[in-house]
Design a protein around this ligand. Structure first.
Ligand code: NAP
Length: 478
């Protein structure tokens, strides 16, 4: 359990230190104060960057087997404290506890994958004599750590998305200054404690909690930070990219993910999966299923069964293992989404179920016949809201999916292999899921988007590539 109203500390250079300023952290569900969180100043962030820079030499020299060992030990420690970790996630983010346990399990796996990746970072030999003038040269590449990495993370997967940055950064021999989301700092502080116990050298991970503008801006603009790895909203991501100059930046941003359901698909087989994709973690998932395009031949049956299954979802306390849908992350988000639903209503869309609030909970909401210009369609809703629209052909649906400023993942259910191949070729996204929802993700696959969904790929192997610098060595044997 969280020690209630504990005063937390910053982790800088291996030491837990008090900050100058504090702010209360409140539960999104009950509103109760969970802890007092340090709001780091620019000066404190500066100290963390300094510590990371000094530790960079130590980490760069640490053998791969030792880096792997630290990550393996972390995974073991987390396995032992799985229940506690899930409670922390659930309390600070209102993630239903069953889903939070799933996130802890994924986090353990992410660190195990990172440990494995640490052992297979390598370059390649090159055939220099393929070029005129390249004869009698022996050439190879090596991959070196990039140095200090500024990691900025969102609230919605406060443990596993941190693992997708901290894991590959350590695997590659880098150091990190981590700035978690202000609403979910406890998961990061918990992991930092375990990493210290696992034997990570001091200064290799520094955790600086505080506001995005103060801590985030310092990380993005400080020349000692070699790379920014950011997961969060497109608006903040684009701002970071504009400020970062030549610093390497990877951006994992949002989307309004869609699935296409072709005629002939066995509806009964896919309903529960689609409902889960739309409402899991209150729809606060970057690949949450927001738009469903169902073929006219199966549309009515699909809608009926989807609404029936949605109405069975249990809303309530995130710590109750029966709960499917709990509070949104903030009251502002509840109000924003209610406004968007109202806009859809005014435009003639039908609210088939949901559309009501209970405290900070928005009941799972299904909207029919929403036009593509509406905010619930063209913006990222990040709430338990899904649209179901009728299409006549898969081609029409592909155009609708692509008519978006985002492009993270998309899904298509079809029994026709030619249709599946066409969709794979024509959908403008980072990943196409055939016979699955766009919400599918396992942690070793390449994951990232196109357009305003970002640039770069996570998934340990791919993140390690981004977090290392390729160096070429050429021997002249003449
Ligand atoms: P957010 O508001 O963009 O915040 C993300 C992080 O950026 C937080 O740590 C935030 O700090 C920080 N930040 C805010 N302003 C900043 C600035 N000016 N400079 C540097 N950092 C700044 O996003 P969120 O609401 O936490 O998360 C939801 C978003 O993340 C959604 O759009 C979702 O789709 C996206 N997401 C994407 C993926 C993916 O892998 N593609 C995964 C999960 C989530 P504060 O909390 O202190 O404001």
């Amino acid at each position: 359990m969280i020690d209630k109203v504990t005063k937390k500390q910053l982790l800088i250079n291996g030491a837990w230190i008090d900050a100058k300023e504090y702010s209360p952290l409140c539960s999104p569900y009950t509103g109760e104060v969970l802890a007092e969180i340090p709001m780091a100043t620019e000066e404190e962030t500066d100290q963390a960057i300094d510590a990371a820079q000094k530790a960079a030499k130590v980490m760069a020299k640490m053998p791969a087997h030792q880096r792997a060992k630290v990550l393996e030990t972390l995974a073991q420690l987390l396995e032992k404290r799985r229940e506690e970790a899930a409670q922390i996630i659930s309390m600070e983010s209102a993630k239903p506890i069953t889903t939070a346990k799933g996130e802890v399990d994924r986090t353990i796996e992410t660190y195990k994958f990172a440990a494995e990746e640490a052992k297979r970072i390598h370059g390649e030999t090159l055939s220099m004599d393929a070029a005129r003038g390249g004869e009698n040269r022996l050439a190879y590449t090596v991959r070196e750590p990039i140095g200090v990495i500024g990691a900025i993370t969102p609230f919605n997967f406060p443990m596993n998305l941190v693992a997708h940055k901290v894991g590959p950064a350590i695997a590659a021999g880098n150091t990190i200054v981590l700035k978690p989301a202000s609403q979910t700092p406890l998961s990061s502080l918990f992991i930092a404690e375990l990493l210290q116990e696992a034997g990570l050298p001091k200064g290799a991970l520094n955790v600086v909690t505080g506001g995005g503008r103060v801590v985030g801006d310092k990380l993005v603009t400080d020349s000692r930070v070699n790379m920014i790895t950011f997961t969060g909203s497109p608006a903040v991501g684009i701002g970071i990219s504009n400020k970062a100059g030549l610093k390497r930046v990877t951006l994992e941003l949002g989307s309004n993910a869609a699935v296409i359901i072709d005629k002939g698909v066995d509806i009964d087989k896919i309903i529960s999966r689609c409902v889960m994709g739309a409402f899991s973690n209150q729809g606060q998932v970057c690949i949450s299923l927001q738009r469903i395009y169902a073929h006219e031949e199966i549309y009515d049956r699909f809608v009926e069964k989807f609404i029936e299954a949605t109405k069975l979802l249990k809303v309530g306390d995130p710590l109750n293992p029966e709960t499917d849908v709990s509070a949104l992350i903030s009251q502002n988000d509840v109000e924003r989404t209610l406004n968007w639903i109202e806009e859809a209503k005014q435009d003639g869309a039908a609210i088939a179920t949901g559309g009501i609030r209970e405290g900070n909970i928005l009941h799972p909401t299904v909207i029919l016949d929403a036009d593509s210009h509406l905010k619930v369609s063209c913006q990222e809703v990040f709430a338990p809201i899904v649209l179901i629209n009728k299409i006549q052909t898969v081609e029409e649906a592909i155009n609708l999916v692509n008519d978006s400023k985002y492009g993270l993942q998309a899904g298509i259910y079809t029994d026709n292999v030619h249709t599946a191949l066409d969709a794979a070729e024509n959908l403008q996204v980072g990943g196409v899921m055939i016979n699955d929802i766009p919400t599918f993700r396992v942690d070793n696959m390449p994951y990232g988007g196109v357009k305003e969904s970002g640039t770069g790929r996570e998934g340990l192997k791919y993140a390690v590539e981004d977090m290392t610098e390729m160096k070429l060595i050429v021997w002249n044997r003449n």
